[in-house]
Design a protein. Structure first.
Length: 402
């Protein structure tokens, strides 16, 4: 069954002249008091424009950092309200610290239809993360409709994600809908053959994802540091590369399940190694069987890249999660450049479905000028990973059962 089948969508509903509470994700990176990445904010524009057009009063609700249920000045959304207002191109953006009493009531009366108000960090209230039902009920009093446009926070069973849906008519926002459509497209039979590139430093963080994907996809490319553990499980000497030996048996089970499901697992055949990340003088490209005893593998090699690129022409869908190498350190960003550039070209040429997700993955290709070439780029982090694991997110479940 389609995971989004029973959800009510904002797009299909005329929400007109209502007080609308919109759960968003404004947990953006801030460096020296300035927002360094506006991606999450820009993604809200479509939802807001729709609500503004329909003469609603809109109230944005978000978490910011981890204040653990107490007020912390440095984590107040008021610190970045001007940047949020400018990036959303709003003439005015109200701000409310106390959304349970006179302040929120007075602001609602003061606001005109089509105007927007930012509410203070929801995590200043300890009841939020505990999902206290009475807190959610009290919180709902001043609003007519709830919209969840924070897919990235929807793996949390928090009051503003789950509890609030018991007390207000609830809908998935336009950005939320795009995210679940993009993710569901990966497993859509009409988009097969499908390939996943799964990277990252540790097998332990991706075991459940791998177990789920081998049952549903046609190709599974293993890269990043986790590939070293896969190679070592086959008795290949990977030098001083970090290896998680306790996962060898689980890897064997994944390989057996892949065989039964008809999913081909692709491991690196060559790698780029060095004595350490900072030692550029010892950098060496070598076959995996010839890794030097005192070296570590920090990236996949050109031969491995060529094999992956060849597969792009054979599939209709590509999912990419996790860095292919230690991309923060040159020359171990080489495979990331090669794969993202070629995937970009073939994506435009063949119009294949390309979904990229995970903070490190997005960061690794962010400066290459190719992000716009892919079908969908998710910044949802933990929610994206839990979806890949096959879990139903609390935020989705609560919208279905509203």
């Amino acid at each position: 069954m389609d995971k989004a089948l029973e959800i009510k969508f904002q797009k299909n509903t005329k929400i007109f002249k209502k007080n609308v509470l919109v759960r968003v994700d404004l947990n953006v990176p801030v460096i020296k008091g300035k927002i360094s990445d506006f991606t999450k904010i820009y993604s809200l524009r479509e939802t807001l424009l729709n609500l503004i057009k329909n003469k609603n009063k809109i109230f944005l609700l978000s978490h910011f950092g981890r204040p653990r249920g107490v007020f912390k000045k440095e984590l107040s959304l008021q610190n970045i309200i001007n940047e949020i207002q400018n990036s959303l191109k709003l003439n005015k953006l109200y701000f409310v610290k106390d959304y349970f009493g006179k302040e929120i009531e007075d602001t609602i009366k003061l606001m005109h239809t089509g105007e927007v108000c930012l509410l203070e960090n929801i995590r200043f209230h300890k009841e939020e993360e505990k999902n206290i039902e009475s807190f959610a009920e009290k919180f709902s009093y001043n609003f007519d409709v709830y919209i969840n446009d924070a897919f990235s926070a929807s793996h949390r069973s928090h009051a503003s994600i789950v509890g609030i849906t018991k007390f207000l008519p609830s809908y998935a926002g336009l950005m939320f809908e795009k995210e679940i459509n993009a993710l569901n497209s990966i497993l859509n039979k009409s988009n097969k053959p499908a390939l996943a590139i799964i990277g990252g430093s540790k097998v332990s963080t991706k075991i459940t994802i791998l177990e789920n994907l081998v049952k549903k996809l046609d190709y599974l490319v293993i890269a990043g540091g986790m590939a070293n553990t896969f190679l070592a499980s086959k008795s290949i000497d990977v030098g001083l590369s970090k290896v998680e030996e306790k996962y060898f048996n689980l890897i064997k089970n994944i390989e057996n399940n892949a065989l039964e499901s008809g999913c081909r697992i692709i491991l690196p055949t060559d790698v780029i190694t060095s004595k350490s990340l900072g030692d550029k003088n010892s950098v060496n490209e070598t076959l995996v069987e010839k890794i030097k005893k005192n070296h570590q593998a920090f990236d996949i090699g050109s031969q491995s890249c060529a094999e992956i690129i060849k597969l792009f022409s054979e599939v209709k869908t590509v999912l990419w999660n996790g860095p292919l190498g230690a991309f923060e350190y040159k020359p171990f960003d080489n495979s990331t450049k090669i794969i993202s550039t070629n995937l970009s070209l073939i994506s435009k040429k063949k119009q294949i479905n390309v979904v990229i997700g995970g903070g490190d993955t997005v960061s690794s290709i962010n400066n290459l000028g190719v992000i716009e070439d892919f079908t969908y780029v998710s910044t949802s982090g933990g929610a994206f990973l839990e979806w890949l694991e096959g879990k139903e997110l609390p935020g989705i479940y609560s919208l279905k059962h509203n």
